[in-house]
Design a protein around this ligand. Sequence first.
Ligand code: CDP
Ligand code: MG
Length: 739
Amino acid sequence: MAKTVVFPDSEPLKDALSAGTQGKKNGSGKRPDYRAQALRLRPQRQALPIYSARSAIIKSITENPTVVIVGETGSGKTTQIPQYLLESGITAGGKTAIAVTQPRRVAATSIAKRVAEEVGTPLGGRVGYTIRFEDCSSDATQLRFCTDGLLLREILADPLLRRYSVVVLDEAHERTLRTDILLGMLKDIQRERTRVAQLNRDAEQTSEEPKGYAPDHRSRGTHVKFDEPEEDEKNDDAVAPVMDEVHGDVSGLDDLHIVVMSATLDAERFSEYFDKAPILYVAGRQFPVTTYYTSEPQSDYLDAAHLATLQIHTDTPSDSGDVLVFLSGQEDIENVERLLLDSAANLPKGVPNLLPCPIFAALPQAQQSRVFDPAPEFTRKVILATNIAETSLTIPGIRHVIDSGVHKVRGFDPRVGESLLVEPISKSSARQRTGRAGREAAGFCYRLYTEADYAQLPEDSIPEIKRCQLSMVVLQLKASGVKDVMKFDFMDRPSRKALKHALLELYALDALDDTGELTPLGKWMAEFPLEPTYAKVIYASAAAGCTREAIDIVSLLSVDSLFYVPADKREESNAAQMAFRSADGDHLTYLNLLRAFNKVNGDSVWCQEHFVNRRNVRHVLDVRQQLNRLCARLGMDIERSCGTDLTSVLRCFLAGFFHNCAMLQPDGTYRSLNGSQVVNIHPASSLFGKKTPAIFYDQLVFTNKLHARAVSAVDSAWIAQAAPKLYGRLQSNSSAYTS
Ligand code: CDP
Ligand code: MG
């Protein structure tokens, strides 16, 4: 019997849709002539709701230190406002730049690509992007899209962000941990820049011969120009104003403008935080969307998403628009992708083709842009996305949205550390997801949950800063010169307990000394765009002589999954994985996999036969290359290998991961060392079902219970040696019970 997902009242769907027209599609593969391309896109730009407000927006940004801009998704905030700023001459002919932050890598790269096309310049030229482990920008870049985490790192090197005249904090409503920290730091930087700029202006006035010091054309809104090619300003020989040794050369340094952009109406809080900054509301365009709920709760939302997609595809004409499915993460996406590929291969004759297009961070650029390309003839695209498509990316052509009702969030409990949770979304997210169906014409949203369940959802999500581990940001705050993190001006203050926990963890990692000051090791660790635990592992690998292996494994842990485990081929996939298995657990198993992968040069048939996720392993290689470069710059011998003595690598991991340890109990359960919580070895782990006296793990994931992922067996004496301050009392395994 064919399974279906029941959406009551969806009968009129067919009729309504048969009258529909195909959504407008844009963004094509070839880019022969940048200028021609830009000219072609111009009418689209001018048709955006935000276009009529451009003068008002520029005026407001140039006249105020901070402006909050609220506009519905798709109104043109992200792609247009930075361009208006560029056109206004605020970058002083390229002497300064504009930074636009995004919470997600994929958004930063794909938006930069689009904006470069609209501006008519090669990507990495006037418009570029920089994300962790990838830099596509140059000295010529005046408009830089980056992740919020990356800008935070930039502050370490340039505490006043001297190269920028404007920082645009996009997607601020998402309230990611890093956006929140940036808010606080930018507020500080802005204050300091205003002070320095004032000193500069004073110096300029009192100077007898202010020769060559260009009038300040970046501030106060007098130089707003549009759609004119920018003139190259002469390099002004600024009269050296008052110098501040701490910040390096600050001559000519001007005020920093901050633009906070949000897709939801919670703007007042941002405005309050920035001393009552003005709020600009940009009108959006939204067509009605009919929403359906399931009549019964769905036990398996992946299955339900797959079936609902097929139902839409077979019940409605394919020119009635593409489908956008919201799922929790890469694993979900890849599972549904495989289900759909199977079904797509077996569609009845006459039914159009079905083309699943996943989008998530570890996906290579080329495949990411497929999402924006028009579907081939007689084909319907099914975009499989995380909440990246909720507000940060607008994908043209969508008329049907399927909402799984879940997302993946970070959760933190001092007793177990940080874990990843798949949780119900908020009402506000559900509404955003629904809205994506009505961008170009009336649309349809299928919620894979009941109306009663919807009523139970929280109104908004909790800001990440209140629910995740803070050690990385505390380390960054310390490294940027924030002495007392307890007194930092947070927009939403994390609990004292969480902050204290982070300080203690950094102390245990030897990143802070007992007065709370950053140690030289702490400073070194802050160089890494990694959680401090991983940086510590890499540090420890130098003395242990296994830097090669440590970097390899840290890179391997940067992706969600290295193997495919198709639901119907679990046995075969497990058997294939046996080839790489190490009795010591997952870390060394992954290393074996990487070595085997390199031996066959990532051959795709080999990957298929071994159920290896080729896409992800290639991403691992990118990360590894970047880490190699960083470590080499820091003077490490990156080729230093421990050969076959791999226990030294595991011991290095304990130097960072002593908090993530659990001991086998007489009743057969594992309990975490730092909080006595029961943790279960993940079924995908090579240690699943094994009883080994002591383990450490990379991550905890909570589904129905707490699961440890990426688990390895260790000797408890090593744990004691790695963290004598905490676990010095632990005995070697030889005296513990084994099974
Ligand atoms: O930031 P906001 O949600 O306000 O809008 P945006 O991301 O600037 O998008 C403005 C418009 O550009 C949307 O209508 C998108 O359809 C279009 N766009 C596109 O066609 N291709 C892209 N790669 C990005 C945006
Ligand atoms: Mg946007």
